[in-house]
Design a protein around this ligand. Structure first.
Ligand SMILES: Nc1ncnc2c1ncn2[C@@H]1O[C@H](COP(=O)(O)OP(=O)(O)OP(=O)(O)O)[C@@H](O)[C@H]1O
Ligand SMILES: [Mg+2]
Length: 215
């Protein structure tokens, strides 16, 4: 299988805090990797670096054979726009825009507004019947599925989800997991962060972070 991500001796410091301490990790294309670990262990810091939202203090991040250290910020922005989809615990939906408009807003940032496409991704996450609902007219699980639809708008090969079910009950958690499974079947690479050991069962592989050290 092709290697999508290779991380070598990655460190991230915030002042005296070593949030990530010599991380080495390889992730294959199409793999579903779950990252677990207690609060403050560096999970979000790692996701922020993997999604090119933040830079490491030292070490290498090679994505699809490209060493990202050598790229300009503009080139990294381009990769982030084209290759990466992000899902968070907080939904970050605009309250006065309906589901369809929230997805179309993210299209705007990709300079590709297309209502048909936006409708298609919402149908894909099972929300074809909720297009005109405002966030406060949707259940938590439905809101998170709007967020997943939003993350899919650039057809990303890499999906990073930081505690995507942290605000959901078990039934909605299950629905979100089923959507992620469907995306994995399409060949996308998924990196899921969770506190919930039950969710680790869905992954191909599970790694544990402990105070910045990977086990
Ligand atoms: N921007 C920042 N500035 C300073 N310290 C930070 C910053 N971001 C994270 N940290 C510190 O780095 C460590 C790792 O934080 P991180 O958010 O990655 O943890 P986490 O595993 O995602 O925790 P949680 O499960 O609570 O979300 C913590 O000690 C945190 O206080
Ligand atoms: Mg976190």
């Amino acid at each position: 299988m092709k290697e999508l991500i290779l991380i070598k001796h990655l460190c991230k410091e915030f002042g005296k805090v070593k949030a990530l301490n010599d991380i080495n990790l390889s992730i294959h294309q199409g793999e579903w990797l779950t990252i677990m670990g207690p609060s403050g262990s560096g999970k979000s810091t790692l996701v922020n670096i993997l999604s090119l939202m933040d830079n490491p203090s030292s070490g290498e991040y090679i994505l699809n054979g490209t060493n990202l250290e050598q790229l300009s910020e503009e080139a990294k922005r381009k990769i982030r726009r084209e290759k990466i989809g992000l899902i968070f615990q907080q939904f970050h939906l605009i309250p006065y825009l309906n589901a369809l408009e929230n997805v179309m807003l993210s299209q705007y940032y990709h300079s590709s507004i297309d209502e048909e496409d936006a409708r298609n991704v919402l149908e894909k996450v099972g929300l074809g019947h909720r297009l005109n609902h405002l966030p406060n007219e949707l259940s938590g699980g439905e809101q998170q599925r709007v967020c997943i639809a939003r993350a899919l708008i650039n057809n990303p090969e890499l999906l990073l989800a930081d505690e995507p079910t942290g605000n959901l009950d078990e039934a909605n958690e299950q629905i979100v997991l089923e959507v992620l499974q469907k995306l994995k079947k399409e060949g996308r690479t998924i990196i899921l962060i969770t506190h919930n050991p039950k969710l680790a069962e869905f992954a191909d592989r599970c790694v544990h972070l402990h105070y910045g050290v990977l086990r």
